[in-house]
Design a protein around this ligand. Structure first.
Ligand code: SF4
Length: 464
């Protein structure tokens, strides 16, 4: 038995949408994998203590979380290995291994092996022997089947009559998917998806129109609830449908990149080109089956064709931007704008240069092409002010209600933050706008209260 197989693998928590399936990916391949619990403030503190604070926020958080796990005493360093995904290339994610290694060495844990799952050969570990083909197959199944589940969850949760129905269904199917992932059984998962579509279609929902807000950004802060201040759930609770791009596109962009790189002479390999073309055809076939099932979902949204979208995106930004989210970030915004979603939140971690370029950096150009764009760029970092973020999100919610009611023109006007509430008609939409205004004031009051000490609060209250 390979030596590393006796060790428990620990992986940092990524997202409640995906992470719980990881143990099922590794179990049939002979490894026990534990996903660490969701990050918290202590993870940030450990990260800031051990990692240079000019690193991007996800790097600080992931490294801090792993060091925290060992410091808790829960994992025996002699029987544990760390496993991480690495993109390779210019993104700072390529430095996670060295960062964590440094942090662990400082903490006296220099012998813990770190396994990097990557396209590139980062920090090879001879003791880690795994069937790569089976691993990739299971990872791919995880992603292509969890994406539609998330889409159903996000469109239903905001409309449901009985609070909690959608969440319970999402959790149920996510857990039932484990069997299909362990067996790498595509047809089992497809049948399960059909059942999920039927169950989501049966959830009692309200008929009232719902505004939509797109959330794009860097992969970690977009899907990781702690690092994005839980804005996805928060927006849903405010009565807004969150439109979140699929994780599979992050990997599928590889097909476009391969074509582009070969045409631009960044690389020249007929074998690679052929290999990518065959994998593309194979993947398209399987995605088409999923698509067919998803068409039965009552809030079905037709997905975009990534190759077509890349062509349009190429007019705005060079497809040579392939680090971080690269051109895909711009492409996802264009797809949303084409669908009529003008209000878009772009989540960018502090220290992430690549995503600042293809996200916020292209706002002006995108606005020229799509005047209804109302882009809210949020920088996520350890010191991000919750009140400031909520404050700005409240304005965006107001704009989203107006976009839905009056169309894109008003949204653009509202992007300038004019606080002109529509008349005195009491429609559900107007009530929601008023609610948002009130809760904004409440957030401000809460911030004021929590920022003062008790004695000062009491004396200020008496003085008032
Ligand atoms: S994409 Fe940006 S935030 Fe994410 S790991 Fe790379 S540099 Fe850091």
């Amino acid at each position: 038995m390979p030596k590393d197989r006796e060790r428990t693998l620990i992986a940092p928590f990524f997202s409640p949408f995906y992470s719980s399936l990881l143990p099922a990916v590794f179990k049939p391949l002979g490894y026990r994998l534990d996903v660490l619990p969701p990050q918290d403030k202590a993870s940030v503190e450990y990260g800031l203590k051990n990692i240079n604070n000019d690193m991007c926020y996800p790097a600080v958080l992931v490294a801090g979380d792993i060091i925290k796990a060992f410091q808790s005493g829960q994992y025996d360093p002699k029987k544990t290995s760390i496993i991480l995904t690495q993109t390779g290339g210019q993104c700072r994610a390529s430095s996670y291994v060295s960062l964590i290694r440094k942090g662990l060495t400082d903490a006296g844990l220099e012998d813990v092996p770190i396994i990097a799952l990557s396209n590139e050969d980062i920090n090879p570990q001879p003791g880690f022997i795994i069937d790569k083909k089976e691993l990739i197959k299971r990872m791919a199944l995880c992603i292509i089947f969890t994406d539609p589940l998330i889409q159903m969850y996000l469109s239903t949760v905001v409309r449901e009559d009985n609070r909690g129905d959608s969440k319970a269904l999402h959790a149920k199917y996510l857990s039932e998917m484990e069997t299909g992932i362990e067996r790498a059984d595509y047809h089992y998962l497809l049948n399960l998806l059909e059942k999920a579509v039927a169950d989501f279609n049966n959830v009692k929902v309200s008929d009232l129109p719902i505004p939509r807000i797109g959330v794009v950004g860097e992969i970690f802060v977009k899907y990781n609830f702690f690092s994005n201040g839980n804005i996805i759930e928060w927006l849903s609770e405010q009565g807004v449908e969150v439109v979140l791009p699929c994780l599979q596109n992050f990997f599928a962009q590889r097909f476009v990149n391969e074509d582009f790189d070969q045409k631009a002479f960044f690389k020249h390999s007929i074998v690679d080109s052929l290999k990518h073309k065959l994998i593309y055809i194979y993947t398209r076939y399987h995605l088409y089956q999923i698509e067919r099932v998803m068409q039965q979902f009552r809030f079905y949204r037709k997905p975009f064709n990534l190759k077509d979208l890349a062509e349009i995106t190429g007019e705005v930004v060079s497809l040579a931007n392939q680090f971080g989210e690269g051109w895909l970030l711009t492409a996802e915004m264009i797809a949303m704008l084409n669908e009529g979603i003008g209000n878009i939140v772009c989540l960018q971690p502090f220290g992430c240069i690549s995503n600042h370029i293809t996200g916020r950096g292209l706002e002006k150009k995108l606005k020229e092409m799509f005047p209804h764009l109302n882009l809210l760029s949020l920088d996520m970092d350890a010191g991000a002010s919750e009140v400031n973020i909520l404050n700005r999100l409240h304005f965006m919610i107001i704009a989203a209600w107006e976009e839905m009611e009056y169309g894109a023109e008003v949204t653009t006007r509202h992007a300038t933050m004019t606080m002109s509430f529509p008349g005195f008609r009491i429609w559900p939409k107007d009530t929601a706008i008023f609610d948002n205004y009130v809760s904004l004031e409440i957030e401000k009051a809460k911030a004021w209260v929590s920022g003062l000490n008790l004695w000062k609060k009491a004396s200020d209250f008496i003085r008032k």
